[in-house]
Design a protein around this ligand. Structure first.
Ligand code: PXP
Length: 241
């Protein structure tokens, strides 16, 4: 079965909404690993809207499994990664106004730039993955960029996750096609975006996919699952004062 890397960005979103010191994404990461996650993913965005630099540095000390840092290909982020040394960097496109990552990196337009950044990171011992849409042309370009590097790619599952009915089967077929193509070309295959308990099964069953990156659905469920305990805890605190 595919491994699960839990994205804890939205624990930090809740914290930043109040500029408070809780909930702590590092604490969430520890719980996620205790529950069976193979690793933790965070996206350090240029605007620092959720995860902060110190979160990544603390996670670097605390996470036992793979720490995967999603980031843009900017000089600022490359310097940060080289200093902090996560196990893996996933290169993503970033648009300041976007609510979440909107699509994969376009390697047909930006392949050389991505290749240069990937090589710098890999030369410093960091595994590199690239977030791309399930389009065979992107995989072919990534295979050219790879050279002798060990490279992975994360299939953007957003179109699959939002499709309904027959459209979902069409999107799943694209995921399967690029997963097979990626493995044939010696690339490591990951997937994620928009996955939840209703739609994850078919993607988790694709044999070439090593790991799924899932965040929003898990943090959302955690809020509801934890509500009863949190209210009971508050009532107990009120009664004992
Ligand atoms: N993969 C990438 C590249 C992402 O940017 C995100 C969102 O931060 C995810 C996976 C996880 O998506 P979701 O939060 O919808 O599970």
């Amino acid at each position: 079965m595919a491994h699960l890397s839990v994205n804890v960005d939205h624990v930090a979103t809740l914290r930043q909404a109040r500029q408070a010191d809780y909930p702590d994404p590092v604490e969430a990461a520890t719980i996620a690993e205790q529950a069976g996650a193979s690793g933790i993913t965070v996206h350090l965005r240029s605007d620092r809207r959720h995860i902060q630099d110190q979160d990544v540095r603390t996670l670097r000390q605390v996470v036992h499994g793979k720490l995967n840092l999603e980031m843009a290909t900017t000089d600022e982020m490359v310097s940060f990664a080289l200093d902090c040394k996560p196990d893996q960097v996933t290169l993503v496109p970033e648009r300041p106004e976007e609510v979440t990552t909107e699509g994969g990196l376009d390697l047909l337009g930006h392949g050389d730039e991505v290749g240069t950044v990937a090589k710098r990171l890999a030369d410093n011992g960091i595994s590199v993955s690239v977030f791309i849409d399930p389009d065979p042309r992107q995989i072919e370009r990534l295979s050219q960029i790879r050279g002798d590097l060990t490279l992975g790619f994360e299939i953007n599952t957003d179109s699959y996750s939002t499709a309904r009915g027959a459209g979902r089967d069409t999107e799943l077929a694209k995921i399967i096609e690029v997963a097979e193509l990626g493995m044939e070309n010696g690339l490591l295959v990951y997937a994620g975006h928009g996955l939840n308990t209703d739609n994850v099964g078919a993607v988790a069953a694709v044999p070439q996919i090593e790991e799924l990156n899932i965040g929003h659905a898990i943090v959302s469920r955690a809020v509801l699952f934890g509500m009863e305990a949190a209210v009971r805890e508050m009532l107990t605190a009120m009664a004992t004062s």
